[in-house]
Design a protein around this ligand. Structure first.
Ligand SMILES: C[S@@+](CC[C@H](N)C(=O)[O-])C[C@H]1O[C@@H](n2cnc3c(N)ncnc32)[C@H](O)[C@@H]1O
Length: 430
C-alpha cells in the first residue's frame, strides 16, 4: 500500500425540559462546515471561548464539575472546554480529561495546544491514523463522568454520541453520566430533548447566555440500545452491471447514509471509462486507487467492487466518515486485506507519486459560504500523490468553475459529464 501509517492510535498517552428560547441578542458565533458541523475546518484554528462554550462551562460549574470525577469533552471546536476541564480537575491527582473529536485536524491542533497535560497523562486525546471510536475512548476514563459537548446539527449524531457514552459508562459499571450539551438557541429543538430523554431520566435546559443554552441530561436509564448507523440503499453500475449498494451513516458523517448525487454522476461516468477499458491499460494499469474524503463509503465501495486487483485507500478527516465507510464495506461484503481506511487530513500520510487513481468529491462550503481554499488544498493533495499519468476524477457543482484550477494543479482535463447540478472532470497528472 502507498499509505504509510505514522504514530499509534492510542488515546495519546499521549422529566423533559421546556425547549430553549432566546434571551438576548448580542454575540455572534463562528460557523462550522456542513460535513462536521461541530468541528473547525482545516483552515480554522481554535480561538477563545465562544458563547456556547460559556453556557456549557456555566452549567458545568453549577452542576459541580471537578467532583472529583473524570471529564469528557466532545468536539471542542475552540479548545476552551478542554482548558476549562483540565483546570476543573487540577486539584484531583487521579482525575483525567478525555477530549475526543471526530476531526483529525482539530485533534492535532488540540494535541499541540495541550502538549503538557497530554504528556503527563492527565489528558487523553485520540489522534490518527486510526480513529478511536468515542465509546472505546470513554471506556478508558473512570468513575462518574461529566460530558461537555456542543449539540451536533443532526439528531442522529446527538443520539449516536449519547448512546456511545452511555454504553461505555454502563460497560464499566463504576459510575454515572451527566451530559451537558450546548448550542445556539435558533438551532435547538424539542426533538433534542426527546433524544436525550431516551437515555436520561431527567433532561432540562440551562439558563441562557446570549443566544446560547445547554441541555443537561442526568440519571442514566438502565436498559438502552447501543448506537446504530443510519442505512439506505442506492444503485450503482459496476463494469456495466447494475448493483445495489447498502450505505451506512455514523454520527456526523457528511450526508448520513444518503447517496450523494454528485458522487453518483462521477461513478456512472467513471464506470463507462472502466468498462470501455479506457481507465486501465496494459501500459498504464490501475494498481492503487483512493477516495479522498470517503464520507459514507459510496465511492470507496465502487473502487473495491470495480477494481478487484487494485489496492484501495479510503481516507477522511472525519472519524465518523471512516467508521461509516468501514460499516458500508462490511454491509456489502466488500472488505479485503488490501483495502485500507485512514483518518487523515488531505492525504498527509500518503507518499508522493504513489497512486494511479484518485476520486474526489470535495466539500465546497464552510458553513454557508463557498470556500475555495478547502478544494484547492485537496486538489493539491491529489496532485501530489498521483504518479505521472495517474488520473484524478473530480466532481463539482456546475455553477462553480474549476476546469482551469484543476488543469493548473494536476494536468490536462476532460469533461466527463455535466448536468444542471454537477460537473465531472478527469485530469491526467503530468
Ligand atoms: C462532499 S463529502 C463527499 C463524501 C463522499 N466521498 C461521498 O461521495 O458521499 C466530502 C468529504 O470530504 C471530507 N473532508 C473534508 N476535508 C477533508 C480533508 N482535509 N481531508 C480529508 N477529507 C476531508 C469530509 O469529511 C467529507 O466526508
Amino acid at each position: 500500500m502507498p499509505h504509510t501509517p505514522a504514530a499509534d492510535d492510542s488515546a495519546a498517552t499521549a422529566s423533559t425540559a421546556t425547549p430553549a428560547t432566546a434571551t438576548d441578542s448580542t454575540a455572534t458565533e463562528s460557523t462550522a462546515s456542513p460535513q462536521n458541523p461541530t468541528a473547525p475546518t482545516a483552515a480554522q484554528t481554535p480561538q477563545g471561548a465562544d458563547q456556547t462554550d460559556r453556557v456549557i462551562m456555566a452549567a458545568a460549574e453549577e452542576a459541580g464539575i471537578g467532583c472529583p470525577c473524570d471529564v469528557i469533552v466532545v468536539d471542542d471546536a475552540t479548545g476552551a472546554l478542554t482548558d476549562f476541564a483540565l483546570a476543573a480537575v487540577a486539584e484531583h491527582e487521579d482525575a483525567k480529561v478525555l477530549s475526543w473529536t471526530s476531526s483529525t485536524v482539530l485533534a492535532a491542533t488540540l494535541a499541540e495546544r495541550f502538549a503538557t497535560p497530554l504528556a503527563a497523562g492527565r489528558l487523553l486525546l485520540p489522534v490518527g491514523p486510526q480513529p478511536v471510536e468515542l465509546g472505546a475512548a470513554a471506556a478508558r476514563v473512570e468513575g462518574h463522568q461529566m460530558v461537555l459537548m456542543r449539540l451536533p446539527k443532526s439528531l442522529h449524531a446527538l443520539e449516536d454520541r449519547a448512546r456511545r457514552l452511555a454504553e461505555a459508562v454502563r460497560g464499566r459499571g463504576d459510575g454515572g453520566l451527566e451530559l451537558i450539551a450546548g448550542g445556539r438557541v435558533k438551532h435547538m429543538t424539542r426533538s433534542q430533548n426527546d433524544v436525550l430523554a431516551k437515555l436520561f431520566t431527567e433532561v432540562r435546559a440551562s439558563r441562557g447566555i446570549g443566544k446560547s443554552r445547554a441541555l443537561i441530561g442526568t440519571g442514566l436509564r438502565e436498559q438502552t440500545a447501543g448506537p446504530t448507523p443510519t442505512e439506505s440503499t442506492t444503485r450503482i453500475v459496476v463494469r456495466g452491471q447494475q448493483r445495489s449498494l447498502s450505505l451506512r451513516g455514523v454520527g456526523t458523517v457528511f450526508g448520513g447514509s444518503g447517496a450523494d448525487a454528485g458522487s453518483l454522476l462521477l461513478l456512472s461516468s467513471l464506470d463507462q471509462a472502466v468498462a470501455a477499458g479506457e481507465l486501465a491499460t496494459e501500459e498504464s494499469p490501475v494498481r492503487s486507487a483512493a477516495d479522498l474524503g470517503c464520507g459514507n463509503g459510496l465511492m470507496t465501495s465502487y473502487l473495491a467492487a470495480a477494481l478487484p486487483e487494485a489496492s484501495v485507500l479510503g481516507s477522511d478527516e472525519d472519524a465518523d466518515a471512516v467508521a461509516s465507510t468501514r460499516a458500508t464495506l462490511a454491509a456489502n461484503d466488500l472488505e479485503r486485506e488490501d483495502i485500507e481506511l485512514v483518518w487523515d487530513d488531505a492525504f498527509s500520510q500518503v507518499a508522493d507519486r504513489s497512486l494511479d487513481l484518485v476520486l474526489l468529491n470535495p466539500p465546497f462550503h464552510d458553513g454557508t459560504a463557498i470556500d475555495a481554499t478547502l478544494v484547492d488544498g485537496l486538489l493539491d493533495a491529489a496532485s501530489r500523490v498521483l504518479r505521472p499519468g495517474g488520473q484524478l476524477w473530480f466532481v463539482h457543482n456546475s455553477h462553480l468553475r474549476y476546469r482551469t484550477e484543476v488543469e493548473r494543479r494536476v494536468g490536462p482535463v476532460r469533461q466527463r459529464a455535466r448536468d444542471r447540478r454537477f460537473t465531472v472532470l478527469s485530469a491526467e497528472r503530468v
